[in-house]
Design a protein around this ligand. Structure first.
Ligand SMILES: [Zn+2]
Ligand SMILES: [Zn+2]
Length: 426
C-alpha cells in the first residue's frame, strides 16, 4: 500500500485544504454518477422507442457521442448500460444513487454474464474498475465461442519511408499465397524478359550498353509479385464495389430518358443514379436512344488537387454533424451534376458513404453553399454540431457523496466468480 505514497508529509494547513478538496470532489462525483445514471435512463428510453432512427445517426453510440460531447468509447459505455438497464436494475439504481460510477457499471454491462446483477452490485462499490474487469473476466464462459481461427492476423509497422506487414495465415492458406505469388512473379519476369529481348539483340555500341544498363529495371522480386497481386485484386474489386474512392464503375446514361444503368448491369433507380453519378469516380457513357455518343469523365473528374483542397476544407471528415467518419469519403455535389452543378470546391462537400446514400435516398438533406452548409434529419430538423451541454437550470441531484472503491488489494484466491445459471429449456 505504501509503495506509491510520497515520503513527503504535507504540513497541517495543506492537509486540511486537501481534505476539503477531496470532500468536494466526493460530493461532485456522487452527483456526477447520479447524472450519468439519468443520462443512461434517457438513452434507454430513446433506444426503446427507437426515437433515434430519424436523427441521421448510424448508431446509438454515435448519437450519444454527438449530443453529449463525449468520446466514442464513453458513448459506447453509456449505450452498453442503457442496453442492459432492464436486466441490471440494481447496478443501474446504484449509479442513479451516486454509489457506482459510470465506468464501474460499464464493465458489468459490457462483459458480465446474464443474471449477474445482484452478484456485482454490492461488491462493485468497493472495487476499482480494473478489479471489476478482473472479476468479470474470471466468470466461467459456459459457451466459449470458438474464435474463428485465432491464429490469423495482419499487423503493420510504419517506420520512416517503409511499412512492414506481418501476415499470419493457416498453412493451407499460405500455400495459396505462395502459389499466387509464384504465378505473379513468373508473369512479371516473363514480361520483364520480353521487354528486354529487343534491346539485347540491338547491335548497339559499348556506350549504349552502359546507358541501357543504367535504365533497366531490376528483375522483378517476390515483393513486386505481391504488389501485382494487390493491384489485380484491386481491379477485380472495382467491379464489385463500385463506389470506393479508388475504384471506377462504368455507367450508361441515356440523356433523353434521364435513366442510367450499370455497365453490363441493371437499370439504376433515380436515387442510386444520382448517388453514383454524384461522386466523380465513375465513368459515364452518354447515350441517346441506346447509341453511345461519347464518354464524359472529364466534366466531373475531381483532380487530386481539388480532392486535397476539399479534404482540407472539410477537415477530412464527413460534414454531417455528429458523424466523425474519416474513411472512404465521397465528394458530394451540393447542386447535383445533372442539374448543372459544377465540380468546384464551393459545390462539393465531403460525406461518408452512409450519409451520402442517406441524402440521395431522402433520409437527410444537405443544402449548400458549402460554406454555410445546412443538414436536416429525417424529420426536417436542422442537425447542429456540438453537444447539447448548457448551464444547468435545475439543482444538482441530492445524493450522498461518492466514497469510491476502497482500493484494497483484492484477495483473488478467495473470490468466487459469478457463474451464470444453466440455460433453461423453454
Ligand atoms: Zn451526392
Ligand atoms: Zn457521415
Amino acid at each position: 500500500m505504501s509503495s506509491g505514497v510520497p515520503s513527503y508529509q504535507p504540513s497541517p494547513p495543506r492537509m486540511a485544504r486537501l481534505e476539503a478538496l477531496f470532500d468536494e470532489m466526493s460530493e461532485l462525483t456522487g452527483q456526477r454518477n447520479a447524472i450519468d445514471g439519468r443520462i443512461v435512463e434517457i438513452v434507454a428510453e430513446i433506444d426503446r422507442a427507437e426515437l433515434w432512427s430519424s436523427t441521421g445517426c448510424r448508431s446509438l453510440g454515435e448519437l450519444i457521442a454527438w449530443k453529449t460531447g463525449v468520446s466514442p468509447h464513453n458513448a459506447k459505455t453509456v449505450a452498453a448500460i442503457a442496453d442492459r438497464a432492464d436486466e441490471l436494475p440494481r447496478c443501474t439504481a446504484a449509479l442513479r444513487e451516486g454509489r457506482l460510477s459510470l465506468d464501474q457499471v460499464g464493465v458489468i454491462a459490457e462483459r458480465s454474464g446474464p443474471g449477474s446483477d445482484s452478484h456485482y452490485v454490492h461488491m462493485a462499490e468497493s472495487m476499482t474498475v480494473a478489479q471489476l474487469r478482473m472479476a468479470v473476466a474470471s466468470e466461467p464462459r459456459p459457451d466459449p465461442v470458438p474464435r474463428p481461427e485465432p491464429g490469423r492476423s495482419i499487423t503493420k509497422t510504419v517506420k520512416g519511408e517503409y511499412t512492414t506487414y506481418r501476415i499470419r495465415v493457416h498453412n493451407l492458406e499460405a500455400a495459396k499465397v505462395d502459389a499466387a505469388l509464384a504465378s505473379h512473379r513468373d508473369g512479371l519476369i516473363a514480361d520483364w524478359k520480353s521487354d528486354r529481348d529487343p534491346v539485347a539483340v540491338d547491335p548497339a555500341g559499348d556506350d549504349a550498353v552502359v546507358d541501357e544498363g543504367a535504365q533497366i529495371p531490376p528483375m522483378p522480386t517476390t515483393t513486386d509479385a505481391f504488389i501485382s497481386l494487390v493491384e489485380t485484386g484491386w481491379d477485380a474489386d472495382v467491379a464489385r464495389r463500385p463506389h470506393g474512392q479508388h475504384t471506377t464503375v462504368v455507367v450508361h446514361l441515356d440523356i433523353e430518358k434521364s435513366s442510367a444503368s450499370l455497365h453490363l448491369g441493371p437499370v439504376l433507380t433515380d436515387a442510386d443514379r444520382q448517388y453514383l453519378l454524384c461522386d466523380s469516380t465513375c465513368e459515364v457513357w452518354f447515350e441517346r436512344c441506346g447509341q453511345p455518343i461519347g464518354s464524359g469523365r472529364s466534366t466531373r473528374t475531381i483532380s487530386r488537387r481539388l480532392r486535397r483542397a476539399l479534404e482540407h476544407r472539410d477537415h477530412g471528415t464527413c460534414v454531417v454533424p455528429g458523424c466523425g467518419a474519416t474513411r472512404g469519403l465521397h465528394a458530394h455535389h451540393l447542386v447535383h451534376w445533372e442539374d448543372g452543378g459544377q465540380t468546384e470546391l464551393d459545390n462539393l462537400a465531403l460525406v461518408c458513404a452512409y450519409h451520402h446514400r442517406a441524402h440521395h435516398r431522402g433520409g437527410i438533406t444537405i443544402t449548400g453553399p458549402a460554406t454555410r452548409l445546412i443538414v436536416t434529419d429525417g424529420d426536417g430538423d436542422v442537425m447542429r454540431r456540438g453537444s447539447l451541454a448548457r448551464p444547468p437550470t435545475t439543482a444538482a441531484p441530492d445524493v450522498p457523496a461518492y466514497q469510491g472503491p476502497t482500493g484494497e488489494r483484492a484477495q483473488w484466491k478467495w473470490y468466487t466468480p459469478y457463474e451464470p445459471p444453466p440455460p433453461t429449456s423453454n
